[in-house]
Design a protein around this ligand. Sequence first.
Ligand code: SF4
Length: 374
Amino acid sequence: MSGLYLHIPFCRQACTYCDFYFSTSKDRGGVLDAMELELIKRSRELGDGRVGTIYFGGGTPSLLEPGRISTFIQQAQDLFRVERDAEMTLEANPDDITAERLAEWKVGGITRISLGTQSFRDERLKWMGRAHDARQALTSIDLIAKAGFKTWTIDLIYGLPEMSIEEWDEQLTIALDHGMPHLSAYCLTVEEKTVLAHQVKKGGVHMPGDDTQSAQFDRLMERMDAAGLDHYEISNFGKPGHYSRHNTSYWEGVPYLGIGPSAHSFDGITRRWNLSNNAGYVKALNERTVYWESETLTPAQRTNERLMTGLRTAKGVDIAKLEVDALRINSSAFQQHVSNGSMRIADGRLVLSRAGRHFADRIASDLFVTDDDR
Ligand code: SF4
C-alpha cells in the first residue's frame, strides 16, 4: 500500500517563516495540467498500484477550485487501485473556508481537512504574514467541525518571539474548546533565505531561547495528555482513530509518489525530487525532458533515516529492521542516552522517553552510521 502526494505550489501571499516551494502567481492552469500529465506518466511506479492515502499539500491547495481537487482524485482512482476507505487530506487555510467549499471537497472525496491555523491572535498572524485573521480561524474551525469529515486537524506554532507560557496555554485552550481531534504543533524555526531569517540577522527579531521553547513543548505535552490526545509523533497529537495515516506512512518508510513542482517520492530505496520551479517543471513535462533529481540510498543512509523518523514517533524504531547495527557501532552514545533516561528498549524497539523527545533529532544523529562502519 502506498501514498500519493500532490504538491499545489501556490499561495495567496508569502508567510515570513516559510521555506516551502510556492508561487503567488494567479496563473495556475499550466502547472495543474502538467501535474495531471506527470500523474499519468508515473502511474506505473507504485508497485501493485494500491493507494491507501492521498494528500494535497503545498503551498495552499484550498486556493484551487474544489472541482480541480475532485478531478485529481478521479484521475488517481482511474490510474491506481485507491482503497475504498482511503484517507484523502486537503491542506486548507482559514481564508478559503466556506460551508459550500467544504461540502464540495467532501463530495469530491476529501475525508480529512488540515487547517493552517497557526495562531488565534491577530497580531501574531499579521507578524507571520498570514492571509487570515483570528476570527476567520475560529469560524473556519466551527465550519469544519460541522461539515461531517471523517476527521480534521489544525496547525499551531509555538516558540514565537516573546511568547509567554500563558499565551501558549491560551492558544491550546482555544483549540481544545473547539473540540479538535488532532493537533500538529510546530516550534518556530528560522529557515535560511526566509524573511524571518533576514529579520533575525538584522536584529529586528529576537528568537526565544531553548529553555523557553522547551517549557512550551512541555506544556503542550501536558495539555494534550490531559485532553486525551496521544502524542504519537514529536509534533503530532491525536485522539485514537484520528492519527494521520499519510504522515504515519512516511515515518514508517512506506513508498510514496510525489507529484508537482518540488514534490519528493520514495520507493523504499531511491529518493527523487522534482524541480522547484513552476515554469521549468511545466516546460520539462511538455517537452518530455528530465524535471527531477534522484539519489539511491545506501544501507547506512536508510538506517539513519529510520533512526531520524522512527525516534520521533511513539512506536519508536524496530531494531531488527535497522540494516546497520547502529547501537553496537555507537554503543557509548547509546548507553549514555539510556542511562540518562532519554531512551529505552521496549519489545525490540528503541523508544524515546518524554525527556528524550526534547532532543529527538540530536539523539538520532548521535546514533548515525556511515557505510564505512559496516
Ligand atoms: S500558506 Fe503555508 S505554504 Fe504558503 S507561504 Fe504560508 S506557510 Fe508557506
